[in-house]
Design a protein around this ligand. Structure first.
Ligand SMILES: Nc1ncnc2c1ncn2[C@@H]1O[C@H](COP(=O)(O)OP(=O)(O)OP(=O)(O)O)[C@@H](O)[C@H]1O
Ligand SMILES: [Mg+2]
Length: 312
C-alpha cells in the first residue's frame, strides 16, 4: 500500500470513523468483507484473531501457539491458518504436537490447521485472485465448526496478510522492548518522544479498519503487546511504555501486558508443547515457580483480548 504523509489519518477523521464503527452490528450478525479490487469474502460468526506486524521476529508465532492452546483449554474450538508458508512456524509446531500425541497418548487438544502459500501466477491480478480464493476456501472449511480462527502472518507485507488484517476481529501486534520495533507503528521524535509520522504498517491497519467499516463488520480490536520483556527495568523500557501509552489514543489500539523473556516459551517447540499443556502431560515433573508465572502471563494476555464466550 502506498503510504504518503498527506494520506495519514487525522485524529478527527479517526474519531469520527470510530464513532461510526462502534455503532455497527453485533458479533453474531452474518459478516462479509470486501477489499478494494477484490471480490466479497464471506465469513460467519467465527472470531478471527490475527497475529501481525511487518517486522520479523517480534513473537507473532510464539504468541499464536500459546494463545491457541490456552483458548482450547478454555473450551474454544480453534483452527489455525498459517500465512507464513516459508517459515511455517505454527504449522511446524502443530505437526510436532501430532507426533508427541501419537507417541505419548496424552490427552492434549490439537487445532486443525492449514498453511496457505502465496500464489505463483504470473500476473499480479491473477495472484491476488488466487490468494483470495484460497483464503476464502480455508475460511469456508474451517469457520463452521470453530469458534475462533487464528491467523499467523509473516513479518513482511503480503497480499494475503492484508486480506487477513481486514478480516481481523482482534489484531495482536507484538513488539519487543525497543524503539526499532516501535518504528513499525510510527516514527518517534528523539526530542519530544512523540510520534511524528505513522508507519506503513499503521497505515495498513487503518485501511483494514476502513474496509471493515464499509463492509458493515464490527470494529477491529487492535491489541499491541510487548514481548520478551526483561525483568530489569531500564530507562528504555520506561520510555517505550510511555510512548505506547500515548500512542494508543492516536492509533486506537489497546496496549496490554505481554510476555517476559523466558526460555520455556521456546524450548518446548520441538515437542509441539506449551506451558499451557504441562498439567496434562504424563511425564514432565514438578511445575516450577517460573512455569506458573509463564502460564499466568499467557492467561492474562488471553483475558485482555476480551473475546466473546465460546459457543456451547
Ligand atoms: N517471550 C519470549 N521469550 C523467549 N523467547 C521468545 C519469546 N518470544 C519469542 N521468542 C523467540 O524469539 C524468536 C522469534 O519469535 P517468533 O518466531 O515467534 O517471531 P515472529 O514474529 O513469528 O517472527 P517472523 O516475523 O519471522 O515470523 C524465536 O526464536 C522465539 O523462540
Ligand atoms: Mg512467525
Amino acid at each position: 500500500m502506498a503510504c504518503h504523509h498527506s494520506a495519514r489519518p487525522e485524529p478527527e477523521r479517526l474519531k469520527a470513523l470510530t464513532v461510526e464503527l462502534t455503532s455497527l452490528s453485533p458479533y453474531n450478525r452474518a459478516r462479509s468483507i470486501r477489499l478494494k479490487g477484490s471480490h466479497r469474502m464471506d465469513s460467519n460468526s467465527t472470531h478471527y484473531i490475527v497475529f501481525g506486524n511487518e517486522k520479523g521476529g517480534t513473537g507473532k508465532s510464539t504468541l499464536a501457539m500459546h494463545v491457541v492452546v490456552c483458548l482450547q483449554r478454555l473450551g474454544y474450538r480453534v483452527a489455525v491458518i498459517d500465512l507464513d508458508s516459508r517459515q511455517k512456524t505454527v504449522s511446524r509446531f502443530l505437526e510436532n504436537r501430532h507426533k508427541t500425541i501419537a507417541k505419548s497418548g496424552d490427552p492434549l487438544p490439537i487445532a486443525q490447521f492449514t498453511t496457505l502459500p502465496g500464489s505463483s501466477r504470473s500476473s499480479t491480478a491473477e495472484q491476488r485472485a488466487e490468494e483470495q480464493q484460497a483464503l476464502q476456501a480455508a475460511i469456508n472449511s474451517l469457520s463452521g465448526p470453530h469458534d475462533v480462527i487464528v491467523i499467523d502472518c509473516p513479518g513482511s507485507h503480503t497480499h494475503l496478510s492484508s486480506l487477513a488484517h481486514a478480516l481481523a476481529d482482534t489484531l495482536i501486534t507484538p513488539m519487543n522492548d525497543s524503539f526499532i520495533d516501535m518504528d513499525l507503528l510510527g516514527e518517534v521524535n528523539p526530542d519530544t518522544w512523540k510520534v511524528d509520522r505513522l508507519s506503513h504498517y499503521a497505515e495498513m491497519v487503518w485501511q483494514s479498519r476502513k474496509f471493515r467499516s464499509a463492509s458493515e463488520r464490527p470494529p477491529m480490536d487492535w491489541v499491541v503487546t510487548r514481548n520478551r520483556l526483561a525483568n530489569l527495568h531500564s530507562q528504555n523500557t520506561k520510555r517505550v511504555d510511555e510512548v505506547l501509552t500515548a500512542l494508543q489514543k492516536r492509533l486506537f489500539f489497546r496496549y496490554v501486558p505481554g510476555l517476559s523473556e523466558r526460555v520455556i516459551y521456546r524450548e518446548l517447540f520441538p515437542r509441539g508443547l506449551t506451558m499451557m499443556d504441562i498439567d496434562l502431560l504424563s511425564e514432565f515433573g514438578r511445575m516450577q515457580v517460573s512455569h506458573v508465572a509463564a502460564r499466568r502471563e499467557v492467561k492474562q494476555l488471553v483475558e485482555a483480548m476480551k473475546l466473546p464466550d465460546p459457543s456451547d
